[in-house]
Design a protein around this ligand. Sequence first.
Ligand SMILES: [Zn+2]
Ligand SMILES: [Zn+2]
Length: 368
Amino acid sequence: MKRLPGKLVKILGIPGFAVVTLALLAHISPARQASSQAAKMPQAMEPVPAATPFVEEHAHFDEKDPAGAVRSAVAALGRENAAMIVFQISPDTFDHPGRYDSEIILAEVKKHPGKLALTGGGGSLNAMIMQSVANGDAGPGVQKKFKARAEELLREGVIGFGEMTAEHFDGFTPYQSALPDHPLYLLLADLAAEHNVPIDIHMEAVPREMPLPADLKSPPNAPRLPANIAAFERFLAHNPRARVIWAHLGSDFTGFRTVDLDRRLLQAHANLYMEIKTDPDAHGRNYPFATDGKIKPEWLKLFTDFPDRFVIGSDQHYPEPKDADKRWQETILLFNQLPADVRKKIGTENVAHVYGNSLAPYLRAAKN
Ligand SMILES: [Zn+2]
Ligand SMILES: [Zn+2]
């Protein structure tokens, strides 16, 4: 069933009387059903907010209307029971028309301190890495420019570096691939540690070199994917004071971002954090929900074994696209199933820790 969140909402969230209403509607005449549904469905499909406050730590925005995107995100806070929303900049390349970075929305975000925040570098630092991969130049001149740009973003007011990428399939932005132990990634880890900000990185998991999964097209994607997990571990080990958030746990398109791999890496690298994302329109190959809408036991065990290492980052776009199911909603249906003490950490406390001083003062006020 494509509209899973609707299904999950029915299973997990909406009041019993609304389920009964829907069941009754199924037994009345089509004409009556149509008019009754028009009246009843909006109520039945009311969003299910988070059981306790959370930070949406990975969202995107309509770069053509930053003011409208900010309005829509601020309006969503109450509906979702979100304490804050952090916007990320999509990882992009210099060749891609329409590339942008944090400056496009920064002034609007700054109007809502404590409610909205922004990372930066997806449209510049990430593009510099992709350019360096393409031309083989990671020399002192390139490193100097990279460092200057990273420090400029921080001076302007971003709270982390993101969304960076090491393996990214073609989508809103082009196919991109760079080993995470590339010299500029190691430099970024040092800069993140020095300035006490995290790095948010999107990387399809590729333990061993492999052909592109059969459901993806090449071109635009590469026909073969380079192994990246060993390089990712070198990146994590390079500067243990650099906090790294591996994006999109629960939304795996190679089939190798397994609970076992995540567990092993969390055990081995104390500076590694993960963002939970589930996409009702693209489940991927390691989807945390069983068919009854409950979290699969091995996933629940992962979250409860490492309660300090996860944050919520659903990859929701604002304004919320009308033709797509809501990522935030499905991710929150997972969040709501976590034990209360784990939910408190994953909801707000871990974000406060990962982002250091930039968010912690605001999040202390969130009532868990
Ligand atoms: Zn991403
Ligand atoms: Zn993203």
